[in-house]
Design a protein around this ligand. Structure first.
Ligand code: SIN
Length: 284
């Protein structure tokens, strides 16, 4: 869709592969169908969309999320006491580990992973704390026909074990976020390695370094070299964009075709975000 085809918003792309900033909408107010349709079109076209200067109460954040589908309650991280669907992503000045500090697709460790995540900036560091995004359509398109044919027949095992299991980064006690340390009996789910997006019909790679353990029917050791190759392609700079947060910024990304990475380069400063995660459908 060309910029002129949007009826209610202005869309400013950040790069040719993904990312666009949207102007002309107040997410705290109920959206008309025409506004929602425009935002939805921009979301499918650009895969991650950004809004500036939004003042959202938790209720308004949840209401915007519910325009897209049902909301997830995180199985391992406790949400706000008043709004269990809202994750408070906080890093205090004294803390070292941040949440989401590695490439991943949210909730790929579930049987039915997330459609999208909507992150609202409450307090941002003066410098640092940007988020990176990478298009998994771009990664898929970059592969050779031979490798694509091999991958079409493969499935991969995803699990939260390495993140939320006893040795995982998110299981290390953080004063600011209430993460459950799960034992080593974390469930594993199998998804196709190549995903056909349920709305656009485009193919994208669907493996990620945080949650993909191995290919189904392969050992971890056998899987590692090919997974590492795919991860290298998937994070090539040309398929990425970078978002500089300001107080009130909102980002919404499509976990079905985008990875993201929260940079941890703001030691001694506080960062506070709120996230809702929209449930998706079974990966096909
Ligand atoms: C996440 O949802 O992984 C966190 C992203 C961020 O805090 O920038």
């Amino acid at each position: 869709m060309s910029a002129a085809a949007y009826k209610t918003i202005k869309v400013n792309p950040l790069s040719s592969h993904l990312g666009a900033e949207i102007e002309g909408v107040d997410l705290s107010q109920p959206l008309s169908n025409a506004q929602f349709d425009d935002i939805h079109t921009a979301f499918l076209k650009h895969h991650v969309i950004f809004f500036r200067d939004q003042k959202l109460t938790p209720d308004q954040h949840v209401a915007f999320g519910k325009r897209w589908g049902t909301l997830n309650v995180h199985p391992y991280v406790k949400g706000m006491s008043t709004h269990p669907e809202i994750l408070e992503i906080i890093k205090e000045p004294t803390e070292k580990i941040n949440f989401g500090g590695g490439w991943h697709s949210d909730m790929s460790f579930l049987e039915v992973p997330a459609l999208g995540s909507i992150l609202h900036a409450i307090e941002v560091p003066e410098v640092g704390g940007d988020t990176l995004f990478a298009s998994q359509y771009g990664a898929w398109d970059a592969l050779s026909p031979g490798l694509k044919a091999t991958l079409e027949g493969l499935r991969a095992i995803h699990s939260a074990a390495e993140e939320y299991g006893s040795a995982g980064a998110s299981s290390k006690k953080r004063a600011s976020m209430d993460s459950e340390v799960v034992g080593d009996e974390v469930p594993e789910y199998e998804h196709p390695v190549v995903r056909t997006h349920p709305e656009t019909g485009r193919k994208g790679l669907y493996v990620n370094p945080a949650f993909t353990l191995r290919f189904a029917g392969w050992t971890k050791k056998e899987s590692r070299p090919l997974l590492e190759y795919l991860f290298d392609v998937a994070r090539r700079e040309v398929y990425t964009c970078r978002f500089r947060w300001r107080h009130g910024s909102v980002a919404m990304w499509d976990n079905r075709c985008v990875w993201h990475y929260a940079l941890n380069d703001y030691r001694g400063q506080r960062r506070h975000m709120r996230r809702v995660t929209v449930n998706g459908d079974k990966v096909r």
